[in-house]
Design a protein around this ligand. Structure first.
Ligand code: FPP
Length: 260
């Protein structure tokens, strides 16, 4: 098991899960790992250096999430729009992902983490697809944290794909239009069978959803920080969870709903 501590790199003096109400840990936390480029540029380093450190941050946050008892952690690693970046940055990101799988998979497996990918995996290189399939197959029976990596993922593309699948089923008369419900749509999203995110964390001071989990985040609580992803620490995750636990979630209802 991963030792229950927060890394030596954590300078903010938090050694425990202090402050978290363990009976109300969010089941699913989604993270937009933003600010890698700005972090590096501020230090006069190439943007790609920020992604390398960002991958280290992900390692630490996965451990912390698993130790805290979060059930699902979804991390946005590469969007359908990120192909617009310079070729060297795209290829660095793909290599980081491949390295992450090569170097981390045994440790993740030992710690009962189930790794899943969401997004258009067929759009990735054959060798990366093979690593992804191997990692998913190796950890498929694990019952601990589900680490959901969004790669070549876009919320609009995900919904378009679901619409196409459902339309085909209607054409083949496998389902009728009347039968289509919210849960039919959910069934054809990449996140089928996973709970919706309770908490979205976006570092780096931007306040956008960036085409991430558009359907799934209908009632998600959002938490923002100025800290760039490479500087994000387990203590920031704890802070986000503590703040989340102060929120009142009404899901469109009202507080203390009483029958009238
Ligand atoms: C956004 O920061 C970040 C990304 C597009 C990539 C995130 C990838 C990683 C953290 C590492 C690789 C992932 C794995 C799974 C090992 P940005 O580049 O948009 O930063 P900026 O807004 O400051 O330019």
């Amino acid at each position: 098991m991963w030792k229950k501590w927060f890394g030596k790199s954590d300078t903010k003096q938090h050694n425990d899960y202090e402050g978290i109400d363990h009976s109300r840990v969010p089941k699913h936390v989604a993270i937009i790992m933003d600010g890698n480029g700005r972090w590096a540029q501020k230090k006069g380093l190439p943007r790609t250096f920020g992604h390398r450190v960002g991958a280290e941050t992900l390692r630490e946050i996965v451990k912390a999430a698993s130790n805290i008892g979060i059930q699902v952690l979804t991390a946005y690693a590469f969007s359908t729009e990120n192909w617009r970046r310079p070729a060297d940055e795209v290829s660095l990101l793909m290599n980081l992902l491949a390295d992450y799988l090569d170097n981390e998979i045994n440790e993740l497996n030992k710690n009962n983490v189930r790794i899943k990918f969401i997004g258009n995996i067929e759009g990735l290189s054959k060798s990366l697809q093979e690593k992804i399939e191997k990692a998913q197959a190796l950890t498929t029976h694990n019952t601990g944290l589900v680490l959901n990596l969004a790669v070549n993922y876009g919320g609009r593309a995900e919904l378009t794909r679901a619409v196409k699948i459902i339309s085909e089923k209607v054409l083949k008369q496998e389902i009728s239009i009347e039968e289509i419900s919210d849960s039919t749509i959910e069934q054809y999203l990449y996140t089928a069978n996973l709970p919706a995110p309770d908490l979205l964390i976006r570092p780096s001071g931007d306040f956008r959803i960036s085409n991430f989990l558009l359907w799934q985040m209908a009632y998600t609580e959002f938490w923002f920080t100025e800290t760039n992803w490479p500087d994000f620490k387990p203590v920031d995750l704890i802070q986000a969870i503590c703040d989340y636990q102060q929120r009142e979630r009404r899901f469109g209802g009202i507080k203390n709903t009483k029958k009238r």
